[in-house]
Unconditional design. Structure first.
Lengths: 153, 419
């Protein structure tokens, strides 16, 4: 987790940002472990809502793109969704799953079409066009019991 | 990143040259090419397989429409003609590859640092390069000192910030063109958000080789050239010939500037579909697949009909992501404005989908493939129907810029002649 966070600072990227004092978002499948950060320094507005099954960490990026990370009570990120004028940095958001996304993207060649991954342990769906992109990624095997896909939005 | 297109091309070259009739489904109303442009506001467009590669062979692009443009150092007669610039109604801005000529164009700077730009595409690919200015002439229309992007420009670091995306488009082969001419209905690629704040991943400066996002005045951002001309500046008309046989080795047409400004760009009885001023989306409705596709768009830069249906996907490694139905299948899709049903405009367009593995040529009105699936209003992501270049054949397709009013219709909107 610390490695991820440091990487995001080095690249000047705001995607994997602190959403609440003492809580940093991890990439998909990672831990949402505790890091002391100041939210205002990261220029991101944050909101955290929690149910008994999971918590939602919402990050409003400069420019309007909204990222939501869904975290289990055991502090694991099991889903990420995004929507807005730009595609967020998916290397950060997808973490160790990014190479599988990247492989699917490269297989598209120069054909303009959405990237998708539909595996038993990883689902990624994307779409959109200039000024309006959207997407989701989740880990079917790590969804908390009772949580359905239409809660991930 | 060439793997898929090579495989795709190979399949076309080695297949048994069976040309499937299109069932007349494209709604075409003329079988002859439109006359070559003679007007100052028009330029010839062609779909011809793309620029030549290092072996003097065409890139083998499918359904990519090109124009030739003239680019000059601002205020001088130092100019270069650039052929095979891809007409893209899905993006905004003129993007070219670096050359000795482009190094003479003035850079845009902030605090003496050259400004770099990133544009993202849905396929997780991106173009990264320096911002420069040029006098740009297309047909008889000119824009002075227009901001443009130069890819592979040594004025900025060659490596893009991680936030740009996954796959860099940095070669003619990778783009399938010598440049990209973005004519979507926005005037800038980013707009007000990038003027108001440093917004990743759009504009950057890179002092000492480290790039950071910077705020960028709207006038310095990548521009839709169609809005910069002194007249005929409220949008574009893309007018491609019809393809009565469904496919052709080449196809031609006209890129016409302005809407309702000359005798050659009249809306007439075209259906007008208002686009969401923020997202640019229109809506689509179908009786198959996703049924309702609220985040749809008309995009000459998408080279197939992209939608979900029960049509048979191609098997094997060739033509992954396309449909290979056993029989050419006639379909219909209804285009709706973004504010439907309040706005009651709607029109059902007919088309057909053939088995792509049996087709030859560089122009095809009958190729399709799936969109994101599953999708829906209750879940992410929302459903999309992308009306790619196949939709444009045999039809007038207009893109009215944001902020314009034409015949009482407020831009942004897309309009299409109805059969």
């Amino acid at each position: 987790m610390h490695g991820l966070f440091q990487r995001s600072l080095r690249s000047g990227c705001l995607v994997a940002a602190v959403l609440a004092p003492g809580i940093a978002l991890a990439a998909l499948g990672g831990d949402a472990s505790t890091v002391e950060r100041d939210v205002t320094q990261l220029k991101a507005q944050r909101a955290v809502t929690a149910t008994t099954a999971y918590s939602v960490h919402e990050l409003q990026m400069v420019g309007g793109t909204r990222v939501r990370e869904y975290v289990t009570p055991a502090n694991k990120v099991f889903a990420v969704v995004w929507k807005g004028p730009s595609i967020p940095d998916l290397r950060e958001l997808l973490g160790t799953y990014y190479p599988r996304f990247s492989k699917a993207a490269q297989a598209l060649g120069r054909t303009r079409r959405p990237v998708a991954v539909e595996d038993s342990d990883l689902v990624i769906r994307t779409g959109g066009h200039l000024r309006s992109f959207f997407g989701m990624a989740y880990l079917p095997g790590q969804m908390p019991q009772g949580v359905t896909l239409d809660q991930i939005r | 990143m060439m793997t898929q297109s090579r495989a795709f091309r190979l399949a076309l070259l080695t297949s048994a040259a069976v040309i499937v009739a299109s069932c007349g489904g494209s709604g075409s109303n003329s079988s002859s090419p439109p006359p070559p442009p003679a007007s100052a506001n028009a330029v010839t467009m062609s779909v011809d397989g793309g620029p030549l590669d290092a072996n003097s062979m065409p890139q083998g692009t499918i359904n990519q429409a090109y124009v030739t443009i003239n680019v000059c150092v601002p205020g001088t007669s130092t100019c270069q003609k650039i052929d095979h610039v891809w007409v893209d109604t899905g993006s905004v801005g003129l993007r070219l590859f670096a050359s000795t000529f482009t190094s003479q164009l003035p850079t845009e700077t902030q605090g003496s640092n050259p400004v770099a730009n990133c544009i993202q595409f849905v396929s997780s690919s991106y173009m990264w390069g320096a911002m420069r200015t040029a006098d740009v002439t297309i047909g008889g229309k000119s824009a002075s000192a227009m901001p443009i992007q130069i890819v592979n420009d040594t004025a900025v670091p060659s490596t893009a910030p991680s936030a740009c995306g996954g796959t860099a488009i940095s070669t003619v082969g990778g783009l399938g063109a010598n440049g990209l001419l973005g004519l979507a209905y926005f005037q800038q690629d980013c707009g007000l958000a990038c003027q108001n704040a440093a917004t990743a991943p759009f504009y950057y400066t890179c002092p000492g080789g480290t790039c950071s996002a910077v705020a960028m005045p709207m006038t310095m951002q990548n521009q839709n050239v169609a809005g910069l001309f002194s007249s005929d500046n409220n949008g574009v008309l893309v007018q491609m010939q019809s393809l009565p046989n469904g496919t052709a080795s080449t196809a031609s047409g006209s890129l016409i500037f302005g809407i309702n400004t000359q005798s050659n760009n009249q809306l007439g009885s075209a259906g007008v579909f208002a686009a969401d001023p923020t997202s640019g989306f229109i809506q689509t409705s179908t009786t198959y697949g996703d049924l309702s596709e609220p985040e749809s768009y008309v995009d000459s830069g998408t080279n197939f009909w992209q939608f979900n249906s029960s049509l048979t996907p191609c098997s094997g490694t060739n033509n992954v992501g396309f449909y290979c139905p056993a029989m050419t299948t006639a379909l219909s899709a209804t285009m709706l404005p973004y504010n439907s049903p309040l706005n009651t405009t709607r029109f059902a367009f007919n088309f057909s989908i053939a088995d792509i593995s049996t087709l030859t040529g560089n122009a095809m009105n009958n190729v399709g493939g799936p969109s994101v699936s599953p999708c829906g209003s209750g879940t992410n992501p929302p459903c999309t129907f992308a009306w790619g270049l196949p939709f444009f054949y045999g039809r007038n397709v207009f893109f009215a810029l944001e902020g314009t009013t034409i015949n009482g219709n407020t831009g942004p909107f897309v309009a299409a002649s109805v059969p």
